[in-house]
Design a protein around this ligand. Sequence first.
Ligand code: FAD
Length: 499
Amino acid sequence: MTALVWFRQDLRLLDNDAVLQACENHDAVRFLVTPTLSQYADHHWSRIKWDLYQRQLNALGDDLAEMGCSLEVAALDYFSDCGPFLQAYCDEHQITDIYVNREYALDEVCRDAKVIELLQKQNERTTTVHQFDSNLLVPPEQIKNGKGEYYKVFTPFFKVWLKHLRQSGVAAPYGRDKLAREGVGKFEHAKLSLPKGESRIPDTDSAELANSKDWPVGEANIRKKAQTFVRELVDDYKGNRDFPAVAGTSTLSAYFEIGALSPRVAAHLLQKTSPEFPEGLSEGAYTWLSELAWREFYQHLMFHEPRLAKGEPFQAEQAAFPWRNDAKQFLAWCNGRTGFPIVDAGMRQLNTTGWMHNRVRMIVASFLVKDLHINWQWGEQYFMQRLVDGSFPANNGGWQWSAGTGTDAAPYFRVFNPTSQSEKFDPDGDYIRKWVKELKDVPKKHIHNPHAYLEQSVQQQGMFNSNEEDQTRYPKPIVDHKHARETFISTFKQVKNTS
Ligand code: FAD
């Protein structure tokens, strides 16, 4: 009776139910990962996310090798290749049981359903697939309202989610000691590259980052990063989390996304800070826990609303919104050349590091949709292609929230004013100056709206340059915010009312 652990986006041994159960129930366990390269490319995985995934996969292979186990890597193209591949694999290696952690978006759900169907139908020997929910604290079926429906609004969802944690506690995550086998081996590192995926947006000229070296891999490093955040920063999280110039958030999102860190490990670190969990947590810790719940809210939403994975807005009537989709303005947004300093700083942070602060993600998203009137799906794809933490549920959720088309979204008439957001959340302009080099000498008084100041200093120096395309000069605003805001609100209302 040989079991197989089939890794997907759960690249860890610590607190991985599929791994633990396979090792507890079987004497012989094989470990396999099947990166589906063309599928990931079509899902717009960024090069930097792929690099991180591959580095963590290699670290996992090393960890398994240390325990005398080997990780097999079989590169496939599409999810549809998984079934036939596993069928042949199970025949060859006499696999009776496969252990996996569930993933909740439509393509992933269909992939697993096909695998199960194929293994049951066509194998001489039935191979049983055991599914676990190790990438969530609470699985989607467990959070329902009195009518048995899923929650469309976050606050009641959060209450029930907390009730589950309160009732069941957050079990201590188990480590690799439970899995240890004899022997020492060596893992041959995989070197795979992603092909180019399908694109629905104009080609951009900002470079695609392909190196994730700033993100340490290996379970010990990642756990240490989480521990340090909880020990040193979480209590101040509530006060700091909205200020992009302050390193006040965990920057753990990329690890949650590839499953190198489990939410149970994160929540357990919080639980250890207070005997009265979750009520006794500090304000900061409680707020951080609620962000872990947002992550799960959007994963549940994907599971319950498969149409979201087909590109539909949650508020279906908004599919008819007459977007302007101006390619030139879209490129200005992508390249951080809109003339709105906080927007440009955010986009340049993304293009330079593969990550962007949450407050700024909200500002740039609102700007693309409500100021430039460009389809939020263009922004959604651009983010996926650039983010190291690109996560379909969180990204789709964040974009639909910002566009006002989502469930429990920002109301459509709430349009972020990029200048006042900047004054409020980057009061000294430090974040702007860090990312927008042309503004590094602009005084605090002018940093949020620097155009008059820049014009004056250029004229004083006698070097007025009227060339709008000059990359060394900070661009003028590409849109009039007040006018754009009014047009967006009236158009959105019209679409809403004609549905
Ligand atoms: P922390 O503030 O430390 O939060 C802890 C964890 O909670 C995060 O690591 C993340 O897993 C989760 N989380 C926090 N905020 C949210 C949220 N609003 N929605 C869902 N989960 C959340 N997050 C992604 O992980 N991947 C994405 O592709 C993504 N795209 C986004 C797009 C837009 C337009 C917006 C507005 C938000 C998006 N987010 C996304 C959510 C959020 O911006 C990031 O999770 C956060 O900035 C990651 O930084 P952190 O790890 O320091 O977060």
